[in-house]
Design a protein around this ligand. Structure first.
Ligand code: PMP
Length: 369
């Protein structure tokens, strides 16, 4: 079905089977004679989708019963302020780990609602690593983390247990690897990487943490309102949730999160090995924190960068240009990206290196003869 190798950072590639099912549901959903785009969110059929999607999230991530699973709107960016509105009480501060562009955005929003303490930052080295050895304030309302830094290409593999509530933005690595949900009090993630199309935000939160909020919160920012209305306080993002359900069915059929994690490790290893071997490219992230979802690297010169980008694009490889403020390359390896796409990219990197070596040798050879 696909004519391109889609290495885009998000919205990103989804499995071909999911696209096919979604396309047919737009025309006629399950032989109802209606499109999925025109059914009532209160219909028993769509309520079935909500129940099934929640069940799949719980099963695939092993979510304990004491946690709520919510489907919200507004993207992960809305969560930057929503967590602060709910949990950052004016009396104390919240602790944030500053690991990159999106962590900074979360910090900026939280500051509107109270005092923010940056426990550690990797800004000193262009966010190329994840800080360790930090101590959040004992009375902080929560510690906020970003498990995968989509732009900088770093990922957290060890999560702290600070003895205070932990909130984590998992937008770009949720469902890519096994996690212990109990290590967190609230997880949020925009859908448009490994979950589904943009439009829905997944929140997984410990019920007792939600119930600890003791000040009035506007309904649309109140997690408990979504929980108590089965994520249907207002019209939910019907299509985005439906496609997420299809995608989770695909993930389950393909062995679940453990199986996809093994494949993701292999894809990342193949690409990082080539980056380390190839004389034209260098990885930008600290080895111990290299993201398996977003691989960032630079070329030996702007000319080499431009030529490789043009070459890859001409061969149907899309989405490899680094983030606009960072430059270089960013290759995203989300769940649905086939291993063969990584093989194709790696083969091209090898071939390109040979071509450059040949070009560099050519004048010398001509001169020698
Ligand atoms: N956090 C992270 C880690 C992200 O990668 C992104 C963007 N993909 C966001 C937050 C913002 O997400 P959204 O565009 O859904 O608001």
């Amino acid at each position: 079905m696909y004519k391109k190798h889609n290495f885009g950072a998000g919205p990103c590639i989804l499995p071909a089977e999911v696209m096919e099912h979604a396309a047919s549901a737009i025309l006629d959903w399950n032989q109802t004679g209606l499109s999925i785009l025109e059914v009532s969110h209160r219909s028993p059929e769509f309520e079935g989708v909500m129940i099934k999607t929640e069940r799949l999230v719980r099963e695939l991530l092993n979510v304990p019963e004491s946690y709520a699973v919510l489907f919200l709107q507004g993207g992960a960016s809305t969560q930057f302020s929503m967590v602060a509105i709910n949990f950052l009480k004016k009396a104390n501060s919240a602790s944030y780990l500053d690991t990159g562009f999106f962590a900074q955005k979360a910090i900026k929003e939280a500051k509107l609602f109270g005092s923010v303490d940056i426990v550690a930052s990797s800004k000193d080295k262009s966010y190329s690593y994840i800080p360790d050895h930090y101590q959040p304030c004992a009375d902080a309302a929560y510690l906020h983390l970003t498990s995968n830094n989509t732009i900088e290409g770093t990922e957290m593999f060890d999560f702290p247990k600070p003895g205070l509530p932990v909130i984590c933005d998992m937008s770009s690595d949720i469902f890519s690897r096994e996690i212990n949900v109990r290590d967190f009090d609230l997880i949020y993630a925009g859908a448009q990487k490994n979950l589904g199309p943009a439009g829905m935000t997944l929140v997984i939160a410990k019920n007792s943490f939600l119930d600890s909020v003791d000040h009035p919160v506007p309904s649309m920012s109140d997690y408990r309102v979504y929980r108590d209305n089965n994520s249907m306080f207002n019209t939910p993002p019907v299509f985005s949730i439906y496609v997420a359900m299809l995608n989770l069915i695909w993930l389950k059929a393909n062995g679940g999160v453990g199986a996809i994690e093994s494949l993701n490790k292999k894809k990342a290893e193949l690409l990082y090995n080539e980056i380390d071997r190839n004389t034209l490219f260098s990885g930008t992230a600290n080895l111990a924190h290299r993201s398996r979802m977003n691989v960032t690297f630079t070329a030996s010169s702007p000319e080499i960068e431009g030529r490789f980008l043009d070459l890859a694009t001409s061969l149907g490889m899309v989405g490899i240009k680094g983030y606009r403020t960072v430059g270089g390359f960013r290759v995203s390896l989300y769940n649905a990206l086939p291993f063969s796409s990584v093989e194709a990219l790696v083969a091209l990197m090898k071939q390109f290196e040979q071509q450059i070596i040949l070009e560099e040798c050519l004048p010398k050879t001509v001169f020698d003869s």
